[in-house]
Structure formats: structure tokens, C-alpha cells
Design a protein. Structure first.
Length: 553
């Protein structure tokens, strides 16, 4: 309310604005006209690329290397954000590249994921990630937990766990999923938006500890291990208290204490469980119980991938409940709504809502087939093409053509706190087009990439979601459709879908499913089990022998 720190008080600011509005109307009008002109020029897309090539993929990898923190992982300096799209890109590149290029990608992704999982940005008692770290070491977070971070990170850690075999990644994914189901899923099925950083008016109060409190809870055998692992033998790291940060690996603890790795893990799990039980009695941070369509889509995708790769109890059911909630409450009269709270859904949905949800459904039907879900994805894609597509220059606007009119109708290309809607739209429509053999979706994906080509080539590092879509455009995904029944269908699905294979789409469709859309209608059952494998428009003869299936993979 009053001037301080060299800043005007709010009353003074309002008076200055009122004075300018009365006395400088002509100057303001001229400034408005200039601003409109700049915004208009920003929306003009340069001519589309004659041909799309892999140059932005290599450039993005170089730029990520330049920003990479080789000591602590992550990109850039504090405050440090997780950047899951960049890590996803690096994991994918490690699969596609060979030799040193593959190793460089894997080192950047692996070190970052390890340091975040061990750091204070991860909740070592309750699971889930905070929004960002205020330091370079991932030690002290801004304690707010956001759904839109945890959905992509859940997917990423699940994929990294099967790509690397690292049990740390599997445990991190498992505990994140359990936190989501325990604290972030509404009884109706949708996911809440976030948890506050504060409780009882203090940031981090819910999460931090004193040595005496920890000592009182643990046994004489558990306490020394816990102290070494989480830094209670060092100085307090958060306002006279300790926020848990993994300083010493469990393997090193096993050597120091002369016990097995398994015994170390069991004692640390026991200690963490005791602290968690006591922490549950504290006043919890506030929860934002809005249910946002786009953010829910990111978590549905994460839960589906976690359920497929790690078979975490409840993940797939949780994802389906959330999708069913969106379809029941937020899909009205053939259009999506963006937000739901206290029984009321409203606001026309945006590009991100549609694109993220299509992408999520494609992951979910790979985990557990429901024909109605794929039909829903097609309905969403058709709305995207009918109401969001830039028919002249390619790509998609953020708002629909019948949305409230804005000064500028934006067309987001760059990743921000979430991946760019145009990047996810290009990826999801490309995948849906290959699954169904639908040229409308494939053409829209290609035109999006061409419209974004100047942005991708000028600043690859800022457009990773689009570059991942470009990768799938250039290196067409393998689509495998399985038709069969019972145990054989499940076994073949696991054989195809369990390993980390980012360029593979696997659909396990029961033999008795009817009225399948597009090309799927041609994938008929044959005997107990059959696999149809295609890359783009090139398809192999169907196979009914598991050895032949392995050759296809």
C-alpha cells in the first residue's frame, strides 16, 4: 500500500495511471496502434519449409549440451525447473542414435533424473515433485506441487526405469503415482490442480524436520543411516530446519555400515514410513481443487505409462476414472470445457485441452483397450481441425474460431511451463493418423511442423515438443495391432509394449471387438493371437508365432 524498496505504493500507481489516462490519451492511442501492429506481425508465419529434415534434432541436442549442468544435472542455473520435455527428447535420442551421440544423450537425461530423484525437489516421504529448485543442487524447492509437472515426470521416470533398469527411477515413479492417487484424485475421478507451498502461513513448514523430532521416531539402527542419507549430520538447510535431500547413495551406505544393500533399503523405507505417519498428523498445505482438463490429460498420460511399464497398482484404473470424468462432466454438446469446480464446469476449452487429451487417450488405449476411448480421441481431433486449425498457414490457434475475440489470436509454438500445444497436437495427430490411416490428421500434423519450421530452426532448445513431433514425422513410428484373447493377448502385449520403445505404438484389441474405426477394421482376428505390424503405410504380413513377432520388434 505504501512506497518501499524503491517501488511506488499501489495507491500512487493507480493515481499515476488515472492521470495518464486523462492527460495523455493521444499518446496512449498511438501506443495501442503500434502494439496491435507488432502483435499482427507476430502472428504472420513465414513461408512453409519446402522439406522437413533432421537438422533441428541435432541442433536441439547441441543446445541442451551447452546449457547442461554437468555436476548436478538439469539445464541452466537456479532457479532450476525439471523441463520434462527436454528429458523426454534426450531419452528418445539415446534410443535412435548410436555411439557417443547416444551416450551423451543418456548421460544428460540420466544424471538429471537421478539428481532430481535424490534431491529435495522430490518429496522423499510422500512422493511427488515440487515445482522448481531455488538452488543448483535441487535441494530446496519452492514447495508447491503442480499436477502439470508431476504428470510428465511420472511418465518420464516410468520410461527411464525400463530404459535403464535403475530401481531409483522405478521407486520415484511408484511413489509419485501413489501420492497422486492418495491426495490429488477427486472422488468423482478427476485430478486436483496443485498443493500450496505454505501451511500454517509458512512456506515448507509441513515438510521440514528437526534432528530431535527425527531421533525420537527412529530406532538406534535406523537413525545413523537416515542421518547420513538425508544430511542431518550437516548444517540445517532450511531456516534452522532440515529438508530431506539425498546426499549419500544407498550403495555407499551399505559399504560404510557393513550391511547389505537390501538391509539399507529396508531400514530407510521403515524410517521414511515412520516420519510420513507423523507428518500426516500435521496441518497439510492447502489444495487447489479445481479440475483442469489440460492438466488432467497430462496426468492421465503419466498414469497410463506408469501402469503399462511398471504395473503400479491402481494406475490404469485411476487414469480411466479421470478420463471418464472428463467425458461425463467436461464434454458437453460436442465440445470440451476447460475447468470444473464445486459441481460446475465452464469456460470453452483451448488448444492444450484438446491436444493433451488426444495424446493421453493414445497412451491409455495402448495400456487397456476401450473402443469408445479411441472414438472420443477422434471426436476431439475433429473439433481441433474444425475450430482451431489455421487453414491458411498451418498449425493451430490457442483459441477456437468461436471463442471470445482477443486482440491477438495466439498460436503457441514454444514450450513454457507445459509443452507447446502445437507440438503435442502435431505428435498426437500424427500418431492417430497412423493408427487409423486417416490422411486429414497426418496432413494437419505435417502442416503444423512446416508452419513451425522457422521457430524450430531458429531456437530449437525452446521448441522441444515440436522437435519430438518432427522426430516421429521423420522416423515413422511402428504400429503394432494385436488381435486375440485371454492370456495370449496379454503376454504378446507385454512383449511389445513393456520395453522402452518410444517409436512404437501397440494396441492389444480383444478378438470380439466390433465396429473398429479406420484401418483397425481390417486387422481381423486369426486363431488365438495375431500381430499386424506397420511402419507408415508399409505393412508386414500378419504373424501368429512369437519368434516372428520378435523379429518384427
Amino acid at each position: 500500500p505504501e512506497p518501499r524498496h524503491g517501488l511506488p505504493g499501489f495507491k500512487d500507481l493507480l493515481q499515476q495511471i488515472a492521470r495518464a489516462y486523462r492527460q495523455q490519451r493521444d499518446a496512449i492511442a498511438n501506443q495501442n496502434e503500434s502494439l496491435r501492429d507488432v502483435l499482427q506481425r507476430m502472428t504472420l508465419t513465414p513461408p512453409a519449409a519446402a522439406a522437413l529434415d533432421a537438422a533441428p534434432l541435432a541442433a536441439a541436442l547441441r543446445e541442451l549440451e551447452q546449457h547442461f549442468d554437468r555436476q548436478h544435472g538439469g539445464f541452466g542455473r537456479a532457479p532450476k525447473f525439471p523441463h520434462p520435455s527436454s528429458l523426454d527428447f534426450l531419452l528418445r535420442r539415446a534410443q535412435h542414435l548410436e555411439g557417443k551421440d547416444s551416450e551423451r544423450s543418456l548421460v544428460m537425461a540420466g544424471l538429471t533424473l537421478t539428481r532430481m530423484a535424490q534431491g529435495g525437489i522430490f518429496d522423499h516421504l510422500g512422493g511427488g515433485f515440487a515445482r522448481y529448485s531455488v538452488d543448483n543442487e535441487w535441494m530446496i524447492p519452492h514447495f508447491e506441487k503442480m499436477l502439470y509437472d508431476n504428470g510428465p515426470l511420472l511418465a518420464l521416470y516410468s520410461q527411464a526405469s525400463v530404459a535403464s533398469g535403475d530401481p531409483l527411477f522405478a521407486r520415484t515413479a511408484r511413489e509419485t503415482a501413489q501420492w497422486v492417487m492418495r491426495e490429488m484424485q477427486a472422488p468423482e475421478g478427476g485430478y486436483y490442480s496443485s498443493l500450496d507451498a505454505d501451511s500454517e502461513g509458512e512456506e515448507g513448514k509441513y515438510y521440514v524436520w528437526t534432528r530431535d523430532a527425527v531421533r525420537a521416531l527412529l530406532t538406534d539402527e535406523e537413525y545413523p543411516l537416515f542421518v547420513r542419507r538425508f544430511g542431518l549430520d550437516r548444517g540445517a538447510n532450511f531456516e534452522g530446519h532440515w529438508h530431506l535431500h539425498g546426499y549419500v547413495d544407498e550403495e555407499i551406505l551399505a559399504q560404510e555400515f557393513g550391511i547389505s544393500n537390501e538391509r539399507v533399503a529396508a531400514m530407510l523405507d521403515s524410517a521414511r514410513g515412520k516420519l510420513f505417519a507423523v507428518r500426516e498428523q500435521r496441518i497439510h498445505p492447502g489444495r487447489d481443487d479445481k479440475i483442469l482438463t489440460a492438466w488432467n490429460a497430462l496426468m492421465i498420460r503419466g498414469m497410463a505409462i506408469a501402469g503399462r511399464h511398471l504395473e503400479i497398482d491402481g494406475c490404469i484404473d485411476s487414469a480411466q476414472r479421470a478420463l471418464d470424468f472428463i467425458r461425463t462432466r467436461l464434454w458437453q454438446d460436442g465440445r470440451l470445457l476447460a475447468t470444473y469446480k464445486d459441481g460446475h464446469a465452464h469456460l470453452p476449452a483451448y488448444l492444450d485441452d484438446y491436444a493433451f487429451l488426444i495424446d493421453a487417450i493414445i497412451e491409455l488405449v495402448q495400456t487397456r483397450w476401450r473402443t469408445a476411448d479411441l472414438h472420443f480421441a477422434m471426436q476431439l481431433a475433429d473439433v481441433l481441425l474444425a475450430h482451431f486449425k489455421d487453414t491458411e498457414q498451418g498449425g493451430f490457434f490457442f483459441t477456437a474460431d468461436d471463442h471470445e475475440q482477443l486482440i491477438q489470436r495466439p498460436k503457441p509454438l514454444a514450450d513454457e511451463s507445459m509443452p507447446a500445444g502445437n507440438g503435442i497436437a502435431a505428435l498426437a495427430l500424427g500418431r492417430l493418423g497412423h493408427i487409423l490411416g486417416e490422411p486429414r490428421y497426418l496432413d494437419a500434423a505435417e502442416r503444423t511442423l512446416k508452419a513451425a519450421w522457422p521457430a524450430m530452426t531458429e531456437m530449437p532448445y525452446a521448441h522441444v515438443a515440436l522437435i519430438i513431433a518432427l522426430e516421429e514425422y521423420l522416423e515413422v513410428p511402428q504400429t503394432i495391432v494385436l488381435r486375440g484373447e485371454g492370456a495370449a493377448l496379454h503376454e504378446w502385449q507385454e512383449h511389445c509394449a513393456r520395453p522402452y520403445a518410444p517409436g512404437r505404438i501397440v494396441l492389444a484389441i480383444p478378438a470380439d471387438e466390433k465396429d473398429l474405426p479406420g484401418l483397425l477394421a481390417e486387422r481381423k482376428p486369426q486363431g488365438e493371437i495375431v500381430a499386424y505390424a506397420c511402419e507408415g503405410i508399409t505393412c508386414r504380413a500378419p504373424v501368429t508365432d512369437v519368434a516372428e513377432l520378435q523379429e518384427l520388434l
